[in-house]
Design a protein around this ligand. Structure first.
Ligand code: SF4
Length: 204
């Protein structure tokens, strides 16, 4: 694979064809914040916290670093006043859903986000999809998915699958950027409402 040279924050960075800006930055030790990214999962580009500025032929535009592929001579900025403003706004919106998320609070401190700016709509899930995608792409179990749409969208465990697969796994819990307890709660609820015959052997 040929090497591509791009510039990130004024530094020359070498990358392989097919890499994303995020991967190139990470390989050079340059930190770009992410919430919905996981190295074992296909890029998702949902949370937009990894937005960066790219300059192509004199034009600057905003792209999601986790999905945008590297290009020869691409000029990338990972911090600017505009980017900080965007990240601050994204964090303030997400904090209305998950005001106690340690990961969001850490980022809020870095970007000066006010966790009380927007009215609370605490649903805890910020729709990053990490749990859903990890279960499907890595575990191939499809035990958790999204239900409903828009503001009513939430995660839900499928009781028949969860009762069989989740007790010995639970690998999605620590992935959740808001609270592993939320995932645990939803799982417990799903298992409680499932039929007694779906309880794992050890629980009978
Ligand atoms: S429950 Fe957590 S990991 Fe799953 S989509 Fe919501 S925020 Fe992401």
């Amino acid at each position: 694979m040929s090497e591509i040279i791009l510039q990130i924050d004024g530094r020359e960075v070498g990358a392989k064809e097919g890499m994303t800006i995020l991967e190139a930055a990470q390989s050079a030790g340059i930190v770009i914040p992410t919430l919905c990214h996981h190295e074992k999962l296909e890029p998702y580009g949902a949370c937009r916290i990894c937005s960066v500025e790219v300059e192509v032929h004199g034009w600057t535009r905003l792209v999601a670093a986790c999905v945008y592929p590297v290009e020869q001579d691409l000029v990338v900025r990972t911090r600017s006043e505009k980017l900080d403003r965007i990240r601050k706004m994204i964090l303030e919106l997400l904090l209305a859903h998950a005001p106690d998320s340690p990961q969001l609070l850490d980022l809020a401190q870095e970007y000066g986000a006010d966790k009380d700016r927007f009215e609370k709509e605490a649903s805890f899930c910020i729709h990053c999809g990490l749990c859903v995608r990890y279960c499907a792409e890595v575990k191939k179990k499809y035990a958790v998915g999204f239900v409903d749409r828009g503001t009513r969208k939430e995660i839900s465990f499928i009781p028949e699958i969860a009762a069989k697969e989740c007790w010995d796994c639970k690998e999605c819990f620590p992935l959740c950027p808001t609270s592993a307890l939320q995932a645990a709660y939803v799982l417990t609820e799903a298992l409680t409402s499932s039929s007694p015959s779906s309880e794992p052997e050890s629980e009978k």
